[in-house]
Structure formats: C-alpha cells, structure tokens
Design a protein around this ligand. Structure first.
Ligand code: ADP
Ligand code: ZN
Length: 353
C-alpha cells in the first residue's frame, strides 16, 4: 500500500520491510545514519536492524527522549556527529522514532550543508498519522512550540504499524487526537464511525488520516491557505502545550490538541460559525476519552498571551482555523481577546458541567 506525496512516496508495510529494503538498494547514498531517541534505540532499533541486516554497521545518532529535548542543543549534537563522520549532501539520515525524532531529524537534515536527504520511519501513532507526513520539521525555542523550522519534504516515509506494540497506551491516545482532527476537518463519515465505536480503536485509521493530510498538503505545500485547516485545535492546543511545557503537569501534544479542539469548537459556536451539533458531538466524545483540564482566569490570560506567537496570526491579529460542520473547516477566522476568553469560559462549563 502506498500514497503518493509531493516528490516522495509514503509506504505502508506490515513488517517485512521489503519496500524499504528495495528502496535502499535502488538508491546510492555516500553514507547512512540512523537517528533514534533513547527509547526507540531500545524498543525499535533492534527489530529494525534484524529485519535490515544491511544496516547493521550504520552509525547511530541517539538523542535523549522527550519533547523537552526538541531544541537547538539536540540539533547541534546531530550536526556535530554528521560533520565528524564526514556526512555529505549524498548521505541519508533515517529517522527512527516519534514526532520529536522526525521533527529534529528533518530539521537537522534540511539545514546540514543546506540539505541532505531524510527518510522517516515513524514509531508512534502521532508520527505515523501526522508528524512524519507533510515536510514540516523544527524545534521548540524558549517557551514557543515549533518556533524554528522549515518545510522540507523527506525522500520517503515508511510506516510499520508493528512498532506500535511497544508504545505506551497514553501515547496511542495522544496520537489519536490527530486522527480525530483529520476526520473532523475532512471526513464526516469517519467521525461518525469513531463516535459510534464502543471501544475506541486508536490504530485503525492511520491510512485514512495520512491520505487526508497528504491531499491537503499537496494542495498547499507551504501553508499559504488550504493547509491551515490542519491547524484546527492547534492555536489553543499549542498555547496549552507551551504553557505546560516547563511545568510539573506535562501534557502531550495530542492531549493539548484534544483540549484545543474543544475550546476552538466553543469559539466557533459562540461566533455562529460552527454548527452546535458538530461542537456538542465532538466535545462530548473528547470528554469521554481525554482529561479536559479546567483553566483559571489567570491561566486563560497566560494562554491568550502565548497565542500572540501563533504562526497563523496576521498583523498582530489572531487567526483561527475553525470547523463549520463535521467534515468541513474554514481558515483565517479572526478572533478577539474577549471572544477567546468567552470560549474558554464556555469550555470550562461544558467540560466540567
Ligand atoms: P510524538 O511522536 O508524540 O510527537 P515522541 O517522539 O516524543 O512524541 O514519542 C513519544 C514517546 O514515545 C517518547 O518517549 C519516545 O521515545 C517513545 N517511543 C517512540 N516510539 C516508541 C515505540 N515504538 N515504543 C515505545 N516507545 C516509543
Ligand atoms: Zn498536531
């Protein structure tokens, strides 16, 4: 199974790795490097090397696991390693890990000698369904999420669901938030299916989520217009994630996005943009699956301040991507501080009412 993206292919394989093996033997690289984090080195690399013995002696670059290491320090370490091992523009970086590894790996590769090739092998649900597709890469800067980065497409993406066997359940639910988002913006019937499932089957809709994302990305590679729909839930979600990034209460990206979707549905409903039923159906489903935090007045003000750095803002104005109805989103919707404040208040009521 494969999906054609802009200039590259996304391959889905169950576990034989034959497509990746064929890909590696068809191309000539001056050297290959594998980028892992400390967990994927332990959980995924042994399986990977067993399946592809040819890579047994490949140099391994390991970064510490976790979003808080998605920073310039990790990138410098990778640049240093590549330089020390004489990587050149014909070298290949294989990123074997979750969204953090593909974001950092994609960024390090895009900037090393102005660009070397990267192939993503995502190992989390979030990276399979979302992060490894579309070419966005980057790092966090100070308290701002993904503040520095590029949009550079990989040479290929290979998706192997068996890697999910070792992924903790919290991480599966985390990744599912992006699948739900894809369904909300583009596939009403998938939403219906998800809402009707007795027990959420988190790993069933990866191919559909990738094809939704890929179709949107292909229509607007550099996010000038259509691609912004993928940001549903993310203006608020990123602010929440940034807010908690350096606190003891650490929220995962998808957990923050799930809350972000709820708050933005409240915003859309208040503004008369989002159908009331769309908002209620989604918020009630999310409420059953995720922990919906309550935000104090002070926290809401901090979150609004963090949103001032959102990449979609124009001329100092907040710009949201909001749902019109299930399966359809609108972009470039301006909102004021007080509208956002009221959306949080409605969210607090629904989430805890
Ligand atoms: P995300 O993919 O959600 O953006 P990360 O790349 O940080 O985030 O991955 C989430 C966590 O799961 C990290 O601690 C990472 O090391 C770990 N991880 C990634 N893939 C696997 C896997 N297949 N099995 C077990 N742990 C994994
Ligand atoms: Zn996201």
């Amino acid at each position: 199974m494969q999906i054609t993206a802009t200039g590259y292919t996304i391959y889905f394989e169950e576990g034989r790795f034959s497509l990746l093996k064929a890909f590696l033997s068809e191309q000539v690289f001056s050297s290959i490097f594998i980028l892992c984090d400390t967990n994927t080195k332990k959980e995924c690399l042994p399986i990977f090397l067993k399946k592809i013995p040819k890579l047994k002696n490949t140099a391994i670059i390991t970064i510490p696991a976790g979003e808080k290491h998605k920073n310039l320090h990790s990138v410098e370490m990778i640049w240093g390693f590549l330089t020390q091992h004489q990587a050149d523009k014909q070298s290949l970086l294989l990123s074997l890990g979750g969204g953090v590894v593909s974001d950092i790996g994609g960024f390090a590769a895009a900037t090393y000698k102005r660009g070397m090739s990267v192939v993503h092998i995502p190992t989390t649900l979030l990276a399979m369904a979302d992060a490894s597709v579309g070419g966005k890469n980057g790092i966090n800067f100070k308290t701002y999420k993904n503040h520095i980065g590029t949009i550079t497409q990989p040479l290929a993406v290979f998706i192997y669901k068996p890697f999910l066997k070792t992924l903790p359940p919290r991480e599966l639910k985390n990744g599912f938030a992006e699948i739900l988002k894809a369904a909300l913006i583009a596939d009403a019937s998938l939403c219906k299916k998800i809402y009707a499932e007795k027990k959420a089957s988190y790993t069933s809709h990866i191919v559909r989520a990738v094809s939704i994302k890929n179709a949107i990305v292909q229509s607007d590679l550099l996010e000038h217009h259509a691609r912004k729909v993928l940001n549903v839930g993310h203006t608020v979600g990123h602010a929440i994630e940034s807010y908690f990034m350096y606190k003891k209460k650490y929220l995962l990206h998808g957990e923050a996005v799930a809350i972000g979707i709820c708050v933005e549905l409240c915003l859309g409903k208040n503004k008369g943009i989002t159908q009331a039923k769309t908002a209620m159906d989604a918020v009630l489903w999310i409420k059953k699956q995720y922990t919906l935090l309550r935000f104090s007045k002070k926290e809401i003000e901090c979150l609004i301040e963090l949103m001032q750095q959102d990449k979609k803002n124009k001329g100092g104005r907040y710009c949201f991507s909001l749902l019109k109805k299930t399966g359809q989103a609108l972009i470039d919707i301006p909102a004021t501080d007080s509208e956002i404040r009221n959306a949080f208040l409605l969210y607090n009521n629904i989430a805890h009412g």
